[in-house]
Write a protein of this length. Sequence first.
Length: 387
Amino acid sequence: MTVDPLVERMRPFGTTIFSEMSALALRTGAINLGQGFPDTDGPPEMLAAATQALASGANQYPPLPGIPALRHAIADHEQRFWSLTRDPDTEVVVTAGATEAVAAAILALCEPGDEVVCFEPYYDSYAASITLAGAVRRPVTLRPAVGGRYEFDEAELRAAFGPRTRLVLLNTPHNPTGKVFTGEELALIAGLCGEYDTYAVTDEVYEHLVFDGVHIPLATLPGMRERTLRISSAGKTFSCTGWKVGWATGPARLVSAVQRVKQFLTFVNASPLQPAVAVALGLPDAYFAGFNAGLRANRDRLTAGLTAAGFEVFPSHGTYFVTADIRPLGGTDGIEFCRELPGRVGVVAVPTQVFYDHQDAGRHLIRFAFCKRPEVIDQAADRLKAY
Ligand SMILES: *Cc1c(COP(=O)(O)O)cnc(C)c1O
């Protein structure tokens, strides 16, 4: 058997760029600003709660929708920060990270041939999940506009909607661009959801990492609560990306659809970590403010370093990431540039062109993560200056 056993529709999806670049970082000893994981641990109260849960028997299957304490904490957190009221028993489901929530939502809602409107560059699992469902993606391109802010063209967004549109998949704050969708942009999206009677699935894993402007959940816009599944995760907010504890919230019929698919993907996960995430979600406002302030300072530090190294840097208004144009340094292709960068100066970045269907739009753009200790960011910036 010489043929590739992988089903045809998944063949375009190779090893993720993160695995390739992280392996390169290990091999070369370069500083890894590629993959977005923090190099410090999350809140000690959360870690202590996990240790205690592990030692006190929380090691068997938790209930399918998640343990009650966590579902209550998720509902309380949404009320506290976004004034969204959720019934913890019917409007909240715990998932194996935001990744599973997105996959389960798409598999639950899309028939083969249905269309999903999304924004490119997109988080890499989106394209794969849409393809697994047999659905079709309709990407709308985000491009740096005047001042470097990523924007989309209204006509392009309108043209992406049609009779087969089933849902809009929106990530704000946006990875990899650091874009925070404005109230005006969200109103436009909400209007089209109403006009075409579609669902919205929102990935808000960076909900606490907005540095300029404010985070507005799409579900809070008029008419959107009833048609929106809101997804988030503990990984980014509490610096525990390896825990994979995420959730989806929304009207009971949408949450129930997600749950019915999710039960046959993983069934349940992370039993001893669920009570710990419940503790973390209940931390005082000072935790969330301090976490934001730390990342904002890192954003400023890395932005200054990249600018000094000669990149054109696009302002990041949120998330763990900042993007830059390599052309001022003589680069033309981000993939080539990122493959060479560790050998040349000992830093790993990620080319964002792999997150576009229209790859030309992102050919010269690369992404750096600033969820690292300040001294690591400074060292990376020093090395990049030698480029
Ligand atoms: C990191 C990330 C995720 C994955 O979250 P998990 O909880 O680790 O599955 C999903 N969406 C975006 C935009 C991310 O950056």
